[in-house]
Write a protein that binds this ligand. Structure first.
Ligand SMILES: Cc1cc2nc3c(=O)[nH]c(=O)nc-3n(C[C@H](O)[C@H](O)[C@H](O)COP(=O)(O)OP(=O)(O)OC[C@H]3O[C@@H](n4cnc5c(N)ncnc54)[C@H](O)[C@@H]3O)c2cc1C
Length: 453
C-alpha cells in the first residue's frame, strides 16, 4: 500500500470549470494520481454559472446544450443525473427542446468564396432583393440587421465582419439549442459532478505563477500557498491566457503566469485565436408581463430613424445593439444579449441606466404601459479578470484550427498540459467541448502512467 502511494504522481489542475472537473474525475478513476484542483474563485463551474432569483434558476453563462443527442457527453450527463434523482428521462422534465432538431455537420458547406460571415450574408441579402437597395422596404433591412446581430452573438464575435466562415467547428446532431428546465440547470449539473469528487478543490486559490524550471513544477497562489506537482493541467480561459501570458497585455502589477514564458509559437496561438465578448442582461419586472401585456419573446427591429433617436444617442447609444428579450421559464425575468463594443458600455453602466434604457425602448415599442423593471442581474464576463470574455470565436483570416492544435500541445514532456474550451478544434466555445478536453488531457496522463507501472 505504501509503495503504491509513493508511486502516485501529483497533478495540479488549474481551474474548476467543466474542463478541470472532468480532468479530475477521469484521473480519480484510475487511482494513480494525487489530484488537487486550484480554483481562483469561491465556486466551481466557471462559465457554467447559475444564479437563483426568486426561486428561478438563471443562467448567467452557458445556457444551451448544443446538439442534445446521443453524441453529446453533456447531454448524456444531464440525462444521467436527472434520472438519478428520480425524474424519468430528459425531456421535458430537464430540458426544453427548441424546434431545430437536426444540425448540419459544419460550416464548410457555406460558400467558401466569402471571407467573413457578413460578406456572405450581405451577398445573399442583396441577391434576394435583386441588388436594388432602394426598393428594399426598411423593415426588411431591419430584420436583416437583427439577424446579423443574433448570429454575431451565437458565433461570438464583435461583428459579423470579423467572423470567419470555414472554421473547423462541428455541429453535433440533435437539438441545437436545448435548455435546462425547472430546477435543472448547468449549476445543478456541475454540483452533481463535484459531488463525485473527493474533497480536492481548493477554492480562493488564484494561481499567480507556474514555474517549470525544475522537473517538479512549482505553483504559487495569491493566498501564499505553494504546491509542487509532476504535472499541471491548465484550464484557465483563453481570455486569462491572453492577459497573463503575452507581455503586451500584462498589467504593470502582474507577473507572467508561466516561468519561463511560454514558447513563441504558443504565444502566437494565444494571440491569434479570437475570444468573444458577449453580455447577457437579465431584467426583473415587478409583475407578470407575458400574458397581460403581451410581452412575449421580443425581437427588436431598429428602423434607421430609431438609431438617431436623440435620447438614445445621448444617454445610452449602446442600446441600439439590443435586439432580443426572452422570458426565463415562467417568471418575471427576461434576458437580453449584447455583443461587440456595447458589452463594455453595458458592463460599465449602472443598474439605473440599464433600467432607464430598457424602459425607454419598451415604451417606444409598445403603445400600452409595460410594468416596471425593478432590478437588473448580470455577470460581467469581460471585466472579470478570471475570464476576460466569454468564448472562443473563429475569426476571419485566422487558421483557428492550426492555432488550437498549437495551443493544446503539452510542454516539457507532459509537465504542463492544456485543456479548456479553447483547446478543441471541433467543439470550441461549448460546454461539451470543454468537458472533452479535460478527459483528453487526463487520459494522456493515465496512458503514460500505465506504460510505466
Ligand atoms: C455568457 C456565456 C454564454 C455561453 N453560452 C453557452 C451555451 O449556451 N452553450 C455552451 O455549450 N456553452 C456556452 N458558453 C461557453 C461555455 O460556458 C464554456 O465553453 C465552458 O463552460 C468553458 O469551460 P472551461 O472549463 O473550459 O472554462 P471555465 O468554465 O472558464 O473554467 C475555468 C476556471 O478557471 C478559473 N481561473 C481563472 N484564472 C485562474 C487562476 N489564475 N487560478 C486558478 N483558477 C483560475 C476560473 O475562475 C474558472 O472557474 C457560454 C459562455 C458564456 C460566458
Amino acid at each position: 500500500m505504501s509503495s503504491r502511494i509513493e508511486l502516485k504522481k501529483k497533478v495540479i489542475v488549474v481551474g474548476a470549470g467543466i474542463a478541470g472537473i472532468a480532468a479530475a474525475r477521469e484521473l480519480y478513476k484510475h487511482d494513480l494520481f494525487d489530484v488537487v484542483i486550484l480554483e481562483a474563485s469561491n465556486r466551481a463551474g466557471g462559465r457554467m454559472f447559475t444564479g437563483n432569483i426568486d426561486n428561478t434558476p438563471v443562467e448567467f453563462g452557458a445556457t444551451f446544450i448544443h446538439g442534445a443527442g446521443e453524441h453529446n457527453a453533456i447531454y448524456q450527463l444531464a440525462k444521467y443525473y436527472g434520472k438519478a434523482t428520480g425524474i424519468d428521462g430528459i425531456s421535458p422534465a430537464i430540458l426544453k427542446h427548441s424546434d431545430d432538431i437536426e444540425g448540419t455537420n459544419n460550416s464548410s458547406t457555406w460558400a467558401s468564396m466569402y471571407n467573413d460571415l457578413y460578406s456572405y450574408l450581405d451577398a445573399e441579402f442583396t441577391k434576394c432583393f435583386s441588388g436594388n437597395a432602394l426598393k428594399t422596404p426598411p423593415y426588411v433591412k431591419s430584420m436583416f440587421y437583427t439577424f446579423v446581430n443574433w448570429l454575431t452573438i451565437s458565433e461570438g464575435g464583435d461583428h459579423c465582419r470579423g467572423i470567419g466562415i470555414n472554421g473547423s467547428y462541428r455541429n453535433l446532431p440533435g437539438d441545437r439549442e436545448a435548455r435546462f428546465e425547472n430546477i435543472y440547470s448547468y449549476g445543478y449539473l456541475i454540483q452533481k459532478l463535484v459531488d463525485t469528487l473527493p474533497d480536492c478543490i481548493h477554492y480562493n486559490s488564484e494561481v499567480l505563477s507556474i514555474n517549470t524550471e525544475n522537473s517538479s513544477a512549482l505553483i504559487t497562489c495569491k493566498n501564499g500557498c505553494q504546491y509542487e506537482a509532476d504535472h499541471v493541467i491548465v484550464t484557465v480561459p483563453l481570455g486569462v491566457l491572453k492577459k497573463r501570458c503575452l507581455y503586451e497585455n500584462l498589467s504593470p502589477n502582474k507577473q507572467l503566469l508561466f516561468i519561463p514564458a511560454l514558447p513563441a509559437e504558443k504565444q502566437i496561438a494565444i494571440r491569434s485565436i479570437g475570444f468573444a465578448q458577449v453580455g447577457k442582461i437579465v431584467l426583473q419586472f415587478d409583475q407578470e408581463v407575458t400574458s397581460k401585456y403581451k410581452l412575449i419573446p421580443l425581437m427588436i427591429l431598429w428602423r434607421p430613424d430609431d438609431k438617431h433617436d436623440p435620447v438614445i444617442n445621448k444617454k445610452f447609444p449602446w442600446a441600439t445593439e439590443l435586439f432580443l428579450l426572452e422570458r426565463i421559464q415562467n417568471s418575471n425575468l427576461y434576458e437580453s444579449w449584447v455583443t461587440g463594443s456595447a458589452v463594455a458600455c453595458v458592463e460599465q453602466a449602472s443598474k439605473e441606466e440599464i433600467i432607464e434604457a430598457f424602459t425607454y425602448i419598451l415604451n417606444k415599442a409598445f403603445k400600452h404601459h409595460i410594468p416596471n423593471i425593478v432590478d437588473v442581474h448580470m455577470h460581467k464576463w469581460q471585466s472579470d479578470p478570471l475570464f476576460n470574455g466569454c468564448y472562443t470565436v473563429h475569426l476571419a483570416d485566422v487558421n483557428t484550427s492550426a492555432n488550437i492544435t498549437k495551443l493544446r500541445e503539452p510542454l516539457n514532456n507532459n509537465q504542463v498540459l492544456f485543456a479548456g474550451e479553447a483547446t478543441t478544434e471541433e467543439y470550441y466555445s461549448t460546454v461539451h467541448g470543454a468537458y472533452l478536453t479535460g478527459i483528453r488531457e487526463a487520459k494522456r496522463l493515465t496512458e503514460i502512467k500505465k506504460l510505466f507501472t
